[in-house]
Every structure is written in C-alpha cells, then in structure tokens.
Design a protein around this ligand. Structure first.
Ligand code: AMP
Length: 190
C-alpha cells in the first residue's frame, strides 16, 4: 500500500496517516516529524532547521530530497508507506515523480485533503495548546498557509492529471472517523 497525502497544514493528514499506518502496518513518513526529530541533535543543521521551521518557511530541497529517498528505499518501506508532508513544491514534486519512475515504485492512492482557511487556522491554534510546536504561533501559521497556497496547492493538479484513477479528494472538515472510512473505502478499490 503506497500512499501520498497532500493538503494544507492542520488538515488532519498526520492523524489519518497514523491510523492507516497502524491498520496496514506500514510506516508513516512525515517529513515534518523527521525534521523535528533532527532538532534534538543540537548541531549546526539543527540550528538551521529550527530557524526555518519556527518561522513557517520551507526547508531547502537539498536537505529534504535525500532524506525522503533514503527512507523510501529502506527495508521498512518495502511493503508500503504513507508519505505525509512531501512534496511541498514543484521541484520536490518533479524530483519525487522522477524517483518513483526510476525505481518503478507504483503508488496506490494520492489523497488530497481540502479544508477552508479558517478551519485550518483554528485547528492549528487548538493543537498549539497541547503540542509544543514552535511553528504553531499565528505569524508562522500565516507563513505556512501562504507557502501552502502558493507552492503546494498547485501540485494537486499535477497529481490529478498524472494519476487519474488514483487521485482522491477528501473534505477534511468532516469527522476523523468519517474521513478514515472514506479513505478506507477508496483504498479497497485501489
Ligand atoms: P509539518 O509538520 O508537515 O507541518 O511540517 C513542519 C515544518 O517542517 C514545515 O513548516 C517546514 O518548515 C518543514 N517541512 C516539512 N516538510 C517539508 C517539505 N517537504 N519541504 C520543506 N519543508 C518541509
């Protein structure tokens, strides 16, 4: 089962990825989580990442691309993966599509989460009360949303075009269980 989840920050991709990962026993590859785990290293890279991420900006492709390909080629991902948070811009998307083609990795489903901006902002602010994320402040949220709308959202059309029958759009403002159910249903036919 090989999936890519697209959608804005705060749209619940992580929650759904984690549910699906447990159900199908496949890794949830969240680039945000991978980067956050690197912050603990407290080295020069961690300092650079921390500065970029706490402002809500995107980490350079030169850092992300090798991390993602290494993970995708790992033994853990042999039977599948759920990619969450990548690609985030056109160059990551070009890079990933070429990589998948070269390695002959077939995707089963691309899920595009959609939600309105107010819902997303509220969700992220709510989350900030329980998770100690440095980028869950209003200024960083605005930047992350701006990056999403200018750089990430346009990728949906590229995936929709390229993976016609495998592209699935979901209304992410519904209940968690309803979203999970709809994705599951779609997966049965993937
Ligand atoms: P997320 O947890 O997916 O919201 O990601 C948190 C932060 O990590 C983002 O705001 C970016 O700074 C960084 N990040 C995660 N994934 C990517 C990516 N594919 N490209 C660039 N930066 C990323």
């Amino acid at each position: 089962m090989k999936l890519i989840l697209l959608g804005p920050p705060g749209s619940g991709k992580g929650t759904q990825a984690s549910l699906l990962g447990k159900k199908y026993n496949i890794p949830h590859l969240s680039t945000g989580d991978i980067l956050r785990s690197k912050l603990n290293d407290k080295d020069a890279l961690a300092m650079k990442l921390s500065e970029i991420m706490s402002s809500g900006n995107l980490v350079p492709d030169s850092i992300l691309n090798p991390i993602v390909t290494e993970k995708l080629l790992s033994e853990d991902c042999k039977n599948g993966f759920i990619l969450d948070g990548f690609p985030r811009n056109k160059s990551q998307s070009d890079f990933l599509l070429e990589f998948l083609e070269i390695k002959q990795i077939e995707l089963n489903l691309i899920v595009n989460f959609t939600a309105n901006t107010d819902t997303i902002k509220n969700r992220i602010l709510e989350r900030s009360k329980t998770e100690n994320r440095s980028d869950d402040n209003i200024k960083a949220i605005e930047t992350r949303l701006e990056k999403y709308f200018t750089e990430t959202q346009p990728l949906a059309d590229i995936f929709k075009d390229k993976f016609k029958g495998k592209f699935f759009e979901i209304n992410a403002m519904q209940e968690i269980s309803k979203i999970h159910y709809e994705i599951e249903n779609r997966l049965k036919n993937a």
